[in-house]
Design a protein around this ligand. Structure first.
Ligand SMILES: *Cc1c(COP(=O)(O)O)cnc(C)c1O
Length: 229
């Protein structure tokens, strides 16, 4: 197992440096530890080190881990992966936030099933025009926001993107910038952007939450040994 403590410290350091470079306060960026496919014990270790926000891709895995780790007070589960309609109920019941909202139908289901305070949602934008990726296009944003904003149990707090993999982290910058501009246009304050690969660039471009997995937990165990989506 990799050294979660040293890794967290190193990521923290890089976040601090990026914030400084961008003239931002350290507390203007949250670190979301992406724990998909990592065992509960690993999450527990990060929790003991003070980490509270964890990101999971698969609905059932999130549900099972939340159950296993129910005694960790103040832990916050973020669902960050594509979500099937029939699994929305798990996220609606447990998650603190959902980062991959990509269609009205899913928003309606989440709102209908939500238990507790309004679910914080990030609308996922597909900025690279990749047909293989989820997310709505910029031109759909207006209409989608209008419909989702009427739902009682959701709150659209911001936008999210996962840029196409470029030749280096700098390749992500135009996408991050574009996300920031779109959020500004619609008065949305939160930007979920940046992974292990490019979180420092994301912070420079205004990310309010970065989703970092492998830099904290090391390489992920293969999905075959875990339970799929
Ligand atoms: C897995 C994942 C991450 C984290 O990726 P790392 O490269 O491990 O930092 C971030 N965002 C999404 C949507 C992911 O699926």
């Amino acid at each position: 197992m990799s050294d979660v403590s040293a890794n967290l410290e190193s990521v923290e350091q890089k976040i601090a440096v990026a914030c400084h470079r961008a003239n931002r306060a350290r507390d203007s960026v949250e670190l979301l530890a992406v724990s998909k496919l990592q065992p509960a014990a690993t999450i527990h270790a990060a929790y003991r080190l003070g980490q509270r926000d964890f990101g999971e891709n698969y609905a059932q895995e999130l549900r099972d881990k939340a159950t296993q780790l129910a005694d960790l007070t103040g832990i916050r589960w973020h669902a960050i992966g594509p979500l099937q309609l029939n699994k929305a109920k798990y996220i609606a019941k447990i998650a603190y936030a959902f980062h991959a909202l990509d269609r009205v139908e899913l928003a309606e289901e989440l709102s209908k099933r939500r238990v507790g305070p309004r679910l914080r949602c990030y609308l996922e934008l597909n900025l690279g025009g990749e047909s293989s990726k989820s997310g709505i296009t910029k031109s759909e944003l207006d209409a989608v926001l209008l419909r989702i904003s009427k739902l009682p149990n959701l709150e659209v707090v911001g936008l999210m993107c996962l840029p196409p993999l470029g030749k280096d982290p700098e390749s992500s910058r135009p996408f991050f910038r574009s996300l920031r501009e779109a959020a500004k246009e619609y008065g949305l304050s939160e930007l979920s952007m940046g992974t292990t690969y490019d979180f420092e660039v994301a912070i420079e471009e205004g990310a309010t939450i970065v989703r970092v997995g492998s830099a904290i937990f090391g390489e992920r165990p293969s999905q075959a040994t875990s339970q799929g989506a």
